[in-house]
Design a binder for this molecule. Structure first.
Ligand code: KG4
Ligand code: ZN
Length: 334
């Protein structure tokens, strides 16, 4: 079995995965969302302190599996440096005390393997990764061959939801909050421009849309007698924003599908929980006779199960990292 640790942002999570059949034997996650909500975003120092409380608490529950562990896996890139360190230090301590090797896992590759928890991996595959820090189209041919073929020029899809929620004073994380508000709103009440609509390139941008939403909020604010936004105005802004944010992804994906006609397509990352996005991807894949893979909702956001699943593949090819050279890499991608 492999014990895996995830602490790249605001989720403390540990999983135990069986090597032979990928069975997820144990999985727990303690989320810090409520602690950061009042600040409208993740406060790194606070996140690190909360990991030091949560990770040992979860580890305590895994003690019965210690005799069966063949390796310890840990996310070491990309993420917040102070929180990545918490997981890496715990992995080093376990490696030394249990005399087992360490597997360093790239968080983004982990997200891709959230598709294969308790399953065989299917490759080649084209993946849309939509998380808090990334919006990318990735062509994954094998474990070691993953190419980013499109990315965002500025903000990510998930981040734009976080920023809209912050501007509307709705809390953090913005994705689920804005998506829920959008359900009660009129998506045609604001005509936000679809980013890069006339550009032939397959790339993404969310800062322009964020600014358009900011101007709409300011205008509503200034014209309201009470100098505050009603629930219906906020819902309408959320609905119109979500429609445009998803339309941008879909417009660029249509270009990609026309060009490459993928056989298998998947969406992963925290923002892949977005229901509107999932629905529109289903239609696109149907149109192109392409198989669509989705992670179960519980494994879309950060978790150690996906880290463990990827680590099993690394274990099988002896892809271990020396304890003395294992370091974190906050900005690394693939
Ligand atoms: O993958 P993840 O859990 O953490 C990172 O690796 O960044 O993704 C978190 C991101 C946040 O920006 C959050 O607002 C967004 O995913 N998110 C959503 C939804 N649920 C989470 N964005 C849009 N719609 C959602 N339903
Ligand atoms: Zn993530």
């Amino acid at each position: 079995m492999i014990l895996s640790i995830e602490s790249s942002c605001d989720d403390s999570s540990i999983a135990i995965t069986r090597i032979d059949d990928y069975k997820l034997v144990y999985h727990k996650k303690i989320s810090q969302e409520l602690d950061h909500s009042v600040y409208g975003g993740v406060v790194p120092e606070l996140a690190a302190r909360l990991h030091t409380e949560a990770l040992p608490k979860i580890l305590e529950e895994c003690k019965e599996y210690f005799p069966y562990l063949k390796a310890v896996a840990v996310t070491n890139e990309p993420g917040l440096s102070v929180t990545l360190l918490e997981g890496v230090m715990m992995a080093k301590a376990l490696s030394l005390s249990l005399n087992i090797p360490i597997i360093a896992v790239n968080h983004l590759k982990g997200h891709i393997y959230s598709l294969f928890i308790e399953k065989e991996a299917t490759m080649p595959i084209t993946v849309l990764l939509v998380s808090g820090g990334h919006t990318q189209i990735i062509e994954a041919t094998s474990l070691k061959d993953m190419k980013v073929i499109a990315t965002t020029q500025d903000d990510s899809f998930g981040e734009s939801f976080d920023k809209v929620a912050k501007m509307l004073g709705l809390g953090y994380p913005g994705g689920p909050i804005v998506a829920k508000m959008a359900m009660d709103g009129d998506e045609n009440s604001y005509d936000f421009p679809i980013p890069l609509k006339n550009s032939p390139n397959i790339e993404f941008s969310y800062s322009g849309l964020k600014n358009a939403v900011r101007l709409a909020i300011e205008s509503e604010f200034n014209s309201s007698v009470s100098q505050s936004l009603s629930l219906s105005v906020s819902s309408n802004i959320c609905a119109s924003f979500e429609k445009t944010a998803v339309a941008h992804l879909m417009q660029k994906l249509k270009k990609y599908f026309k060009l490459t006609r993928p056989n298998i397509f998947a969406v992963v990352g925290g923002a892949s929980a977005n229901i509107r996005l999932r629905g529109e991807l289903e239609s696109l894949c149907k149109e192109y006779n392409c198989k669509l893979l989705l992670s179960p909702l519980e494994f879309c956001s950060d978790n150690a199960a996906m880290i463990g699943r990827y680590a099993v593949e690394q274990y099988k090819i002896d892809d271990f990292t020396d304890i003395n050279t294992l370091d974190i890499s906050p900005r690394s991608k693939f």
